[in-house]
Ligand binder design. Sequence first.
Ligand code: UDP
Ligand code: MN
Length: 305
Amino acid sequence: RKGKNQAGGQHYHVLMMFTKVDKSRSLQDKFKVAMLSMVKHGHFLKGEVLVLHFVSDKASQQLGQRMLQDFLQDATFKYEVLFHDVAELTQTLFPIVEAMQKHFSAGSGAYYSDAIFFLSVAMHHIMPESLTHIVQLDLDLKYRTNIRNLFQEFDKFPPGAVIGIIREMQPVYRHTFWQYRKENPQTKVGEPPPDGLPGFNSGVMLLDLQAMRASALYNQLLEPKNVAKLADKYRFRGHLGDQDFFTMIGMEHPDLFYSLPCGWNRQLCTWWRDHGYGEVFQLYYHCDGPVYIYHGNCNSPIPDD
Ligand code: UDP
Ligand code: MN
């Protein structure tokens, strides 16, 4: 159900953005933490294969391949590593996402090189039809459980859901939707959980590519005129790429998204606490229950245990 049965064995596909890693010691350190913890807790059944996809430039790929030799040493499971050239993917992606870039990118223009920040949005058009499910993961994560368990969440998608995602844990969208909230004082848009709609974080995303391809609604929402319509309705102007797009369409069509337990992407960034939102911060930051994955977003340190 989750992967292609190649030679009888189930394949579990994960994808990570892996660009300019050769230029950043900090990103290399994060990658090490992510891969070592994934390998440490990773267990798969006989015949199953974890397929690791990386979207990369040539220099990062070279470094990544060397680092992975080391990090995957102790893996108790079968794996495959696939590098995708960021320039090649961008060529396919740009025409699909160009029109939405101006709503969800920093700056005014739609820069060609920024299209890759919208990869998840059009992943169902980028990957071959035979690939039906993929999990997109940030590099600044630390795994505390078996990554295989995350794939079981695909089976919990309600009908109509195309993407599994975890809520944003800072009041960032309370801020972004400021004008809409002022004009609609009763709205749940930007309100904290459990009753509000705090938006999504893109650090851990389950993309049901089969459902994304099949959903007429989802594909309509990718059309430039419909993106513009919603951006206008919600007075939305962001700079966080795919996460902004999913957050905005999620306000209008929450049923497209399956909201995973917060422990699958326990974000640690507290920037907005000290930038005007201290009063309400805990309402958003709060996450009960077990932590399966820590997300050290905005360069936050990750606890040792
Ligand atoms: N990333 C990358 N190269 C960069 C910066 C980011 O490949 O130079 C990828 C990486 O997978 C990273 C993701 O983009 O995890 C999102 O960036 P980051 O985690 O730094 O954002 P945050 O979670 O702090 O908002
Ligand atoms: Mn991150």
